[in-house]
Design a protein around this ligand. Structure first.
Ligand code: NDP
Ligand code: GDR
Length: 329
């Protein structure tokens, strides 16, 4: 039975990746940072019904000794580094923490591998945000980077340090340059989930308005369940490499609103309000990925359409709020 270690196991991707690897017969070790709210931190794993199937262990990306301890104890065959300060907007408020976790944290994992488990295969969660102010209308692995936030700068450091450790020490280390991917398990502060949660609350009479920032930005949105499969495929290849993972279609935030509100028979224009404090100091206006390499070399392709994903997210948020309402009665 192969063993994997997942950092960021309590996040959206950590939950879906755990589910995938459990279904493939892996022993899944999930690294969690210590929290005073440990009882609710594993919410996503409970939602998928896999909480008791994962071995949850204590560790922190900023603490090299905790990573060394975990690698020594569990001797993982595959290590997926999904942990990060992952919210772009927060990275302007906490730029130093973002650098320490998202950039130096990835280096800590690589150092732990180099020192104690060099035979392990490593996945780094790189991001389309690294393209930032885009240099080419469609982005692939050869498109130049131009990060536009402390988050994206930190991810770019983590990306290049992974490439550097691969070239310097021969590690089997791969980067997935993943474009935005969403699901009912997406954090509530990210725009898609904020919208589907807002749709559910407005439909159920719990709210009237949904405040948003820039409605003109365009994102290439896929489903997290499809994207974690690409992560796993990368580590099954004989040689490590970097891959763009995207759908090849992009949509404005405004159009996402229209689709989500119309799913429950509402007109978004009657409910969405824009607020200047939700605009970013520097915006990534448009992202559109070309995943030809992942399709050709990994045999990967997206299977879940934007419409199907929006329906799944809105239904899940309606169910959450309906259950809460029943509970309060
Ligand atoms: P989430 O924000 O849902 O999850 C982030 C995870 O990192 C959480 O489990 C969080 O723990 C953990 N974490 C944060 N800080 C630390 C730390 N110091 N030590 C240990 N764990 C920590 O992110 P996603 O699942 O959406 O994304 C996974 C990865 O992929 C991230 O690195 C993200 O930046 C990257 N990415 C995501 C994309 C997307 O569209 N979702 C696209 C491209 C890249 P806790 O639960 O305690 O907060
Ligand atoms: P992003 O995702 O920054 O692309 O990073 P997010 O959903 O936060 O923003 C997408 C776009 O929507 C605009 N927007 C708003 N965003 C939020 N969060 N809240 C709002 O109210 C709002 N109104 C408009 C934003 O300005 C932006 O243009 C995500 C994260 O998962 C990263 O970790 C990951 O690396 C990238 O996707 C790829």
């Amino acid at each position: 039975m192969p063993t994997c270690l997942i950092t960021g196991v309590t996040g959206q991707d950590g939950a879906y990746l755990s589910q995938l690897l459990l279904s493939k017969g892996y022993r899944v070790i999930g690294m969690m940072r210590r929290s005073a709210s440990a009882d609710i931190v594993g919410e996503r794993l409970r939602w998928l019904g896999i909480y008791n199937d994962i071995e949850l262990v204590d560790g922190n990306l900023t603490d090299l000794s905790s990573l060394l301890r975990l690698l020594k104890t569990y001797k993982p065959d595959e290590i997926y580094n999904l942990a990060a300060q992952s919210f772009v907007a927060a990275s302007w408020n906490q730029p130093l923490l973002t650098g320490q976790v998202t950039a130096i944290g990835a280096t800590n994992v690589l150092e732990a591998i180099r020192l104690s488990r060099p035979e392990a295969r490593f996945y780094q969660a790189s991001s389309s945000e690294m393209f930032g102010r885009i240099q080419e209308p469609v982005q692939n692995e050869r498109t130049p980077f131009y990060p536009r936030s402390p988050y994206a700068v930190a991810k770019l450091y983590a990306h290049w340090i992974t490439v550097n450790y691969r070239e310097s020490f021969g590690l089997h280390a791969s980067c997935g340059i993943l474009f935005n991917h969403e699901s009912p398990l997406r954090g509530i502060e990210f725009v898609t989930r904020k919208i589907t949660d807002g749709v559910a609350r407005i439909k159920l009479g719990l709210a009237r308005e949904l405040p948003l920032g820039n409605l003109d930005a365009m994102r290439d949105w896929g489903h997290a369940r499809d994207y974690v499969y690409a992560m796993w495929l990368m580590l099954q290849q004989p040689t490590p490499d970097d891959y763009v993972v995207a759908t090849g279609h992009n949509t404005t935030i405004r159009e996402f609103c229209r689709l989500a509100f119309s799913y429950v028979g509402l007109n978004f224009q009657e409910h969405v309000v824009t607020r200047s404090d939700l605009m970013r100091p520097a915006e990534v206006d448009v992202l559109l990925g070309n995943a030809t390499k992942a399709k050709r070399k990994l045999g990967w392709q997206p299977t879940i359409t934007l419409d199907a994903m929006i329906a799944e997210m809105v239904e899940a948020d309606l169910a959450r709020h309906t259950n809460r309402l029943k509970h309060w009665k």
